[in-house]
Design a binder for this molecule. Structure first.
Ligand code: FMN
Length: 383
């Protein structure tokens, strides 16, 4: 398997599977590029891990994972980074035989919506059949731990990353400003800051769950107070890097920025964000560009919406194929699953956004140092 590393200068490498090799199996991440002198404690990382953890409510998987993170490298005795790579591990705790046996029972079957078929094509007989292996949502544990480190670095620059449920089963949260979203962040199980919409979303998902089915939705991501000038104008456009990070999360089916696909219905004069001066700084009256022009951040908030598919595991009977016998069969899995991924996946989206932003900051600061830009342009970048 290739491609387990993300980032150019601030780089993360993850390993680990859903169940792994029995007692002692787990998920680890190495975070490269953390500067020395940054205070990082287990509690600071755990706060982010708890957002993604399963077994915490009616909408998410009953798998009881504590997701306790252990930092095993990169931090000195006084809880301050030493400038070397940070290593973190989370052990899999809820890997009971009953669940492993369930996966074993249909290990040769294609589970619709899952990665089984493509894994068969790529890894043949050796494909990991237990709990989706590396295609499992558990793979994202290391991303969230690394994202927590990235968030600590961003906090030093007053950059905030928030993601929340914008839409589920056709129910939309009302339009809200950043401060209101922040005030109502994580106040309900589906993490929708509009309480009235949240209740309706939750009721609908619980109805679908009763029928053994699952639901998808849309997560909105905001990167607040991000400086202008991040991103490189050709292959490493800021939104290209962000899309790479976010589209690499399982179950993510699309991403749009600012007005997004809605731009197809607009005129140029409507879509264009008009600049104005605010205390000597350039601002824009609207944010249809989602905070990015020519692949470079403008200093307006980055706004992206991410489409999340319904959880593939359903207990509704579905057609399948047995890859050993090459015969058609029926399948109705009984394994644990999230009725919707919305109440957990936002934490992974935040993590990938934070990692990408730190990486882009590294690139920009490094280049700016070499370029020795006129102070006027450097000052304009920061609000
Ligand atoms: C945080 C998280 C939790 C997930 N939990 C489940 C789950 O409980 N059951 C399931 O069938 N899929 C779950 N998934 C989705 C699958 O991992 C994913 O849909 C599958 O591997 C196929 O990949 P694709 O949807 O990207 O094509 C989860 C994904 C994430 C990111």
């Amino acid at each position: 398997m290739l491609g387990n590393t993300f980032g150019r200068f601030f780089r993360i490498t993850t390993c680990g599977e859903s169940y792994g090799i029995g007692k002692g199996s787990g998920l680890a991440v190495i975070v490269d590029g953390v500067p020395p002198g940054v205070k990082i404690t287990d509690e600071m990382i755990q706060k982010e891990m708890d957002k993604r953890r399963p077994g915490t409510g009616e909408l998410n998987s009953p798998r009881k994972e504590t997701d306790q993170v252990h930092i095993f490298a990169g931090i000195g005795p006084d809880k301050v980074t030493t400038g070397v790579p940070i290593g973190m591990i989370v052990y899999n705790m809820d890997t009971q035989k009953i669940h492993i046996d369930q996966y074993h029972d249909y290990k040769d079957l294609i589970r619709p919506g899952h990665a089984e078929y493509s894994f068969f094509l790529k890894y043949g007989e050796c494909a990991d059949w237990c709990g989706a292996g590396r295609a499992s949502g558990r793979e994202t544990v290391g991303r969230v731990a690394a994202g927590a480190v990235a968030k600590i670095l961003l906090a030093r620059e007053s950059i905030e990353v928030i993601a929340y449920t914008k839409e589920c089963m056709g129910i939309k949260a009302k339009e809200m400003g950043f401060e209101e979203i922040k005030k109502n962040y994580r106040k309900n199980e589906i993490n929708c800051p509009d309480p009235e919409a949240a209740n309706r979303m939750i009721d609908n998902v619980l109805e679908v769950k009763k029928e053994g089915d699952t639901a998808g939705g849309i997560i909105e991501l905001i990167i607040h107070n991000i400086p202008g000038g991040l991103g490189e104008p050709v292959f490493d456009k800021f939104h290209a890097m962000l899309s790479h990070g976010i589209m690499s999360i399982g179950a993510v089916k699309g991403i749009e920025f600012g007005a997004g696909f809605g731009c197809s219905k607009m005129r140029g004069s409507e879509f264009n964000d008009h600049p104005y001066l605010e205390n000597g700084k350039v601002r824009f009256k609207t944010n249809n560009a989602g905070g990015i022009l020519g692949g470079i951040t403008t200093g307006e908030d980055i706004i992206a919406r991410v489409a999340i598919k319904p959880t593939p595991t359903v207990s509704v009977e579905q057609p399948s194929i047995n890859m050993k016998t090459m015969k058609e069969e029926k399948l109705s899995p009984i394994t644990r699953r999230d009725a919707t991924l919305l109440g957990r996946i936002y934490a992974v989206i935040e993590a990938m956004a934070a990692i990408t932003t730190v990486d882009a900051l590294f690139m920009d600061r490094g280049w700016e140092g070499m370029a020795k830009l006129d102070k006027k342009w450097v000052d304009l970048k920061r609000k």
